[in-house]
Design a protein around this ligand. Structure first.
Ligand code: ADP
Length: 689
């Protein structure tokens, strides 16, 4: 494959873009050889005693040679061509003047053709440009240039023969002209297609051809080629050999149309070229309907015109069908991309007709609206479940798609959707735009983004802020109230007994203490949420012992010290500041929430669990009723337990810390249904290799 491509590239560059002197010379030699061969065909077809041959394929070779020449190769190409164009007729007995005239005609023709092609198409600057050789207008220009160039050649070379002035020879003019058009159009078109194909093989072609190399297509193609070949041969034999009296050559358009519609331009052009040449060959040898006209010149003219029409039809049909196929493939690709995007998008997309018919509803849209996958109309969406975010019912006219149909741009508005079973709800941000639509009414495009989580966050945050304000106000009111009392007491009595003042001062300091605790916990909460995680290996054994030690020693003043048992020995990957806070909160709660007169008994254990380390903190305390086991992790949530002070933030801090370490905290009953066990997992440090 590699060497084949390299060889193709070399051949293409020699034929249409020589890069070195050797390549320039090689190129001239290749074209010269082809020119001589085709001239021989022409000479063989000339009638005895008449210098005008019936076919002249070398006109096409000459034009292709000069049209694809580079500025650097022209100084060699033109003299070589001129010499050959003079020498060939001279060797066959033509006189020198006539031969010179013919050579001049050929060269001027080729230059005129080159000029038109380079002026009106992009073939001159980029002979291998894939799109240029796929365009209908390029080949139409080749056809037009062939008409002009061949006329120039006819005028010049017949002037040299002195036949131009003889009006009775008009049919010679027409014949010669059409002969040139046929040769130039067919040879140059096929030549450019061949060069482009060589170039594509060399420098990578368009992806549209990749499919055709698949074995399945190759096998089908082989069958099709045999079919079209057999049909062509049968029709050729029938029209040219079997029934020469019947004008049925037109039947050859059947396989030609088939080829044009189904094959790429190069094989189509090659097919038409071969079929046309065989047809001309039959005519020149006296076969077929065209050979039966009065003169051989007329027969050749008819056969060549037939050939040109056949060639043009096949080629243009192939160009158009190829373009259609490519457009189809591109459209298919785009549609596939679109479908994939829609299917994988997390945003819901709905495309509705004014009539209510649903044209597109992607998976996300169905999920967000909680509807079945078989929605056909807007009714199936049950939009009566849509409310405004605060739950107020919506007037049907306020639905986004209805408003968009009314000409309004609905951009990023929030709506609430209640689940079909009424159990859950979702908040969606909806955008709706009116689209131009097809023939049967306008269309609306809706996009839906899930805002449920954000909504929950915002709600939690405002609730949190409200609680904080309220909780901070309480102790402040106490402080204010008792300070005022104290003030008036002191103002009224010059000497106040400490017995009266002390309880007030005590209340003030307790309130101040509560406020301090609250502020400290709030800070801890913010840290647990926003503090940047600095993960490092932490020895759980050491850390738990430190935390436990702090709690045992804190209780020494008069109270019975809690009994804290530690069976922790594992290393974990964690932020030590947050982990200490987490363990401290859990142990503090375990020590705090015990029945009066019970000595707290806490046990902290660590065990490997599914690749992580599980930490369990078990106590013999009050336990947590099943129905509260989720909610106690919410901020400010407290169980109604008189005599146990707290802020309700401790466990929400714990939940945050655990979540930020990629785990989940749960609470279950303690052993034998006594007390509770708080459990969570942490990652183990990655072992260093
Ligand atoms: P606080 O302790 O400040 O009230 P927390 O968020 O730490 O707030 O705890 C929330 C609630 O969970 C507490 O009011 C308490 O009733 C209950 N609780 C927490 N830990 C325990 C425990 N180990 N045993 C029994 N109840 C607990």
């Amino acid at each position: 494959m590699e060497t084949r491509n390299r060889r193709a590239a070399r051949l293409a560059s020699i034929l249409a873009g020589p890069r070195s002197r050797t390549e320039t010379v090689l190129r001239a030699l290749v074209y010269l050889a082809v020119y001589l061969t085709t001239s021989w065909i022409a000479i063989a077809s000339s009638l005895p005693g008449n210098a005008v041959s019936l076919v002249w394929p070398s006109a096409g070779v000459v034009t292709l040679w000069i049209a694809t020449a580079t500025k650097r190769s022209l100084p060699l190409d033109l003299p070589v061509l001129a010499a050959a164009a003079v020498v060939v007729p001279v060797t066959t007995g033509a006189d020198f003047d006539y031969s010179l005239g013919r050579a001049i005609g050929a060269i001027v023709m080729a230059l005129v053709f080159r000029w038109i092609l380079h002026r009106w198409t992009s073939l001159g600057s980029a002979p291998f440009a894939g799109t240029a050789v796929r365009s209908v207008s390029t080949f139409a220009t080749i056809g037009a240039a062939a008409v002009v160039a061949s006329l120039v050649d006819t005028v010049i070379s017949l002037a040299a023969l002195d036949t131009l002035t003889d009006l009775s020879q008009w049919h010679t003019v027409i014949h010669r002209w059409s002969r040139g058009v046929t040769a130039i159009f067919a040879v140059v078109s096929t030549g450019y297609l061949l060069l482009a194909s060589l170039g594509r093989q060399a420098w990578g072609g368009s992806s549209h051809q990749d499919r055709s190399t698949h074995p399945f297509y190759l096998r089908r193609r082989a069958l099709e080629v045999s079919g079209v070949g057999a049909l062509t041969i049968a029709l050729m034999v029938l029209s040219q050999v079997n029934s020469p009296d019947l004008p049925i050559s037109f039947l050859l358009f059947i396989p030609a149309t088939w080829v044009g519609a189904r094959f790429a331009p190069l094989p189509a052009a090659t097919y038409a070229l071969a079929t046309g040449l065989v047809m001309i060959g039959f005519t020149l040898n006296g076969y077929g309907r065209f050979a039966q006209v009065d003169t051989a010149v007329m027969a050749a003219f008819l056969a060549q015109t037939f050939f040109t029409v056949l060639f043009a039809t096949t080629l243009f049909l192939s160009l158009l069908s190829t373009r259609l196929r490519i457009a189809e493939q591109e459209a298919h690709g785009r549609a596939e991309l679109m479908n994939r995007l829609l299917a994988t998008s997390t945003a819901g997309v709905l495309h509705l007709k004014e009539s209510g018919e649903i044209m597109v509803a992607n998976a996300a849209a169905l999920r967000l609206l909680d509807v079945a996958s078989t929605v056909a109309t807007v009714e199936d969406l049950h939009l009566e479940r849509v409310t405004s975010p605060d739950g107020t019912e919506l007037d049907p006219a306020a639905l986004p798609h209805v408003r968009a149909l009314g000409g309004e741009h609905v951009t990023g508005e929030e709506f609430r959707v209640i689940d079909e079973d009424g159990a859950g709800e979702r908040f969606l941000r909806v955008t709706a735009h009116l689209m131009a639509g097809g023939t049967d009414g306008r269309e609306v495009l809706l996009t839906l983004a899930d805002m449920t989580e954000e909504h929950a966050h915002t709600t939690a945050l405002s609730a949190f802020a409200g609680e904080v304000a309220h909780d901070l106000k309480n102790p402040l009111t106490v402080i204010e109230g008792w300070s005022e009392m104290l003030e008036s007491e002191l103002a009224e009595h010059a000497e106040v007994e400490s017995r009266q003042v002390l309880p007030m001062v005590h209340r003030i300091s307790t309130a101040a203490h509560t406020m301090r605790t609250l502020i400290t916990e709030l800070l801890s909460y913010t840290i647990a949420r926003d503090h940047t995680l600095r993960l490092a290996p932490v020895d759980l054994g050491t850390l738990v012992n430190e935390v436990a030690g702090a709690h045992t020693s804190a209780a020494r003043n008069g109270q019975t010290a809690p009994h804290i048992e530690v069976a922790a020995s594992h290393m974990v990957l964690a932020d030590v500041v947050l982990l200490r806070q987490l363990l401290d909160n859990l142990v503090a709660n375990a020590v705090k929430y015990v029945a009066p007169d019970t000595v707290p008994h806490v046990r902290v254990t660590t065990t490997p669990h599914q690749g992580r380390i599980r930490v369990d903190i078990t106590d013999n305390g009050l336990g947590i009723p099943r129905e509260f086991r989720k909610r106690i992790f919410d901020s400010f949530y407290r169980l109604d337990r008189p005599g146990y002070a707290g802020t309700g933030l401790g466990l929400s801090i714990c939940a945050r810390v655990v979540e930020r370490h990629g785990g989940h905290i749960t609470v279950t009953d303690g052993p034998d249904g006594v007390g509770s066990t708080f459990s969570f997992t942490l990652a183990t440090p990655v072992p260093r290799s």
